[in-house]
Design a protein around this ligand. Structure first.
Ligand code: ZN
Ligand code: ZN
Length: 526
């Protein structure tokens, strides 16, 4: 890349940044291999009068620059846009001495998208000047519809599609149902061919996604059913048939595109790995395990979920986090390629117009995922809800990049830099909500409540009581007073004001309505 200098005027000191694969980096023998730096890590190394910033690739070098901006210049990007930027003004800066070799803990990091995510050193769906610069990637999650379009195949081959209640029929849905008959040799052949063609067209692709459409409607034909494991629970109903199908496709794709990882879901009715001890996943499969239908309110490493105390054990579509923990380990034992799908934004809460206070779990869970050898991390993120969920997003991104950060120090840093003089009351305001969730102590899950906004709103009426809201209001009013005259911080505090006012209004409406009935146990909740 290049060298940039400061100090062309006589008498000024000269300091040089050697960014990228410079001669100076080569001469200093800084490591640049994948084994040391991962996919996109970097080295920072001070020299007399300068600093080498050498990434494993250009993206890694950019990450090295952002890391330096954070470490040496105290820059932060709390959210996209100017309101999120914290750039201290100083007449003198001290860069300090650096000798850092940084290999990102998660190879695949996906929190948000665009430039903000790039600055958080994520590497999926990141952009620079509108140009995609992250992992070349195809498709998000549910892809049967894309890979086997019904309008192309159904007329001649209804047998390619799922047999449900004795019929092979399509609905108009673009996202749910219309599943494939995954044991059909023609489906395996055509889908593999289409997947290979997509990769031929974009050969730089590193990850491609293969997963059933959302919702139920899986094939009930005798051949598909014969692949299932009888007697297993809802979370394993289709695990083995899909595991076999995934292997069939992955093996075919590997012959032509051996370096592409095929991301497949481990979700809902196929969240568990097959019990079949003979099953070995193809080495090019990347399993994305979804933390849905488990608990969001207790940390994964703890034993907070307790049958009969914090959840109703009769719900067939809920399992406690102790079981999720086992699933992580079971998948991890079978494959080095495990990718987590988290829900630090979730539809039920968005529909209720309410916050989703998960800092008390996510600060512990992301480092735990790293400790378990997880390779990729993703969380859902709703871009319209930064005022409610911004701290979930920001802190998830920070830990996804560096799970070695101390969570308490990270919180301190976030409140201090983000809110300045209002740090203490803002912290008290936000943590009042977190404490209320912890003290309420019930498990929270689609598997217990269903996914409606009514159900989510109802549970939050029990958590965010009028007393908790009054406490938050007191702290927030104090924060507003303290940031008067500090435009950037006042803008951030105003976002929390918007969140609290919305919360109060939406909870009042919810309190006035009758409690929603619990979801019937046998309805599909997706
Ligand atoms: Zn079938
Ligand atoms: Zn729980």
């Amino acid at each position: 890349m290049n060298e940039s200098r400061k100090g062309d005027q006589p008498g000024e000191a000269c300091y040089t940044f050697y960014t990228g694969a410079t001669r100076r980096a080569a001469a200093a023998r800084v490591p640049s291999g994948e084994r040391t730096l991962g996919r996109d890590g970097f080295v920072l190394r001070s020299l007399p009068g300068g600093l080498i910033i050498r990434g494993r690739n250009d993206l890694g070098t950019v990450f090295g620059v952002y890391e330096l901006l954070e470490r040496a210049f105290d820059v932060r990007w709390f959210m996209p846009g100017e309101a999120g930027e914290h750039v201290p003004r100083r007449s003198r800066v001290r860069i300090g001495q650096h000798r850092l070799v940084f290999k990102p803990a998660f190879r695949v990091r996906w929190v948000g998208k665009g430039e903000w995510s790039l600055r958080q050193r994520m590497n999926a769906y990141v952009t620079a000047d509108g140009r995609s610069v992250g992992i070349p990637w195809k498709w998000h999650f549910h892809t049967f519809r894309i890979l086997m379009p019904p309008e192309r195949y159904f007329a001649d081959h209804p047998d390619y599609y799922a047999l449900v209640n004795g019929k092979r029929e399509l609905t108009a849905s673009q996202t749910h149902g219309n599943q494939l008959c995954t044991s059909h040799p023609g489906v395996i052949r055509e889908l593999s061919r289409n997947l290979i063609a997509a990769l031929d067209a974009e050969p730089e692709t590193e990850i491609v996604t293969l997963s059933p459409n959302d919702g139920g409607g899986f094939c009930e034909c005798a051949r598909c059913r014969a692949l299932d494991e009888p007697g297993r629970d809802w979370f394993a109903r289709y695990s083995r048939r899909l595991a076999i199908f995934n292997n069939e496709v992955a093996t075919r794709v590997a012959r032509r595109h051996p370096n592409v990882l095929i991301k497949v879901g481990a979700y809902a009715m196929y969240a568990r790995p097959p019990a079949d001890p003979a099953w070995r996943p193809a080495p090019n499969l990347f399993f994305q395990l979804c933390h849905l239908y488990f608990c969001h309110n207790h940390a994964l490493a703890g034993d907070g979920c307790r049958a009969g105390v914090t959840y109703d054990p009769d719900r067939a579509r809920f399992l406690p986090n102790q079981t999720f923990r086992e699933l992580v380990r079971q998948w991890r034992k079978r494959s080095p390629h495990l990718f987590i799908y988290e829900y630090y934004a979730i539809g039920g809460m968005a529909r209720a117009g309410l916050p989703w206070p998960l800092l008390h779990t996510l600060l512990a869970d992301i480092p735990w995922y790293r400790d378990e050898g997880v390779e990729g991390f993703y969380t859902q993120l709703d871009d319209t809800l930064w005022h409610r969920l911004g701290l979930n997003y920001y802190l998830a991104a920070k830990l996804c990049w560096n799970p070695d950060l101390d969570p308490q120090a990270l919180l301190d840093d976030t409140f201090r830099k983000g809110y300045g003089r209002a740090a203490a009351p803002m912290r008290a305001c936000i943590l009042a909500m977190e404490r209320a969730m912890e003290q309420w102590n019930r498990c929270v899950s689609y598997g217990l409540f269903g996914e409606s906004g009514e159900a989510f709103g109802y549970f939050l009426t029990q958590v965010l009581t009028p007393a908790v809201l009054a406490r938050m209001e007191r702290h927030l009013a104090r924060a507003e007073h303290l940031v008067a005259g500090d435009a950037a911080r006042a803008a951030r505090v105003a976002l929390t004001r918007r969140m609290l006012d919305e919360t109060r209004r939406n909870l009042a409406a919810r309190r006035a309505a009758p409690p929603p009935p619990p979801p019937p146990p046998e309805v599909e909740h997706f």
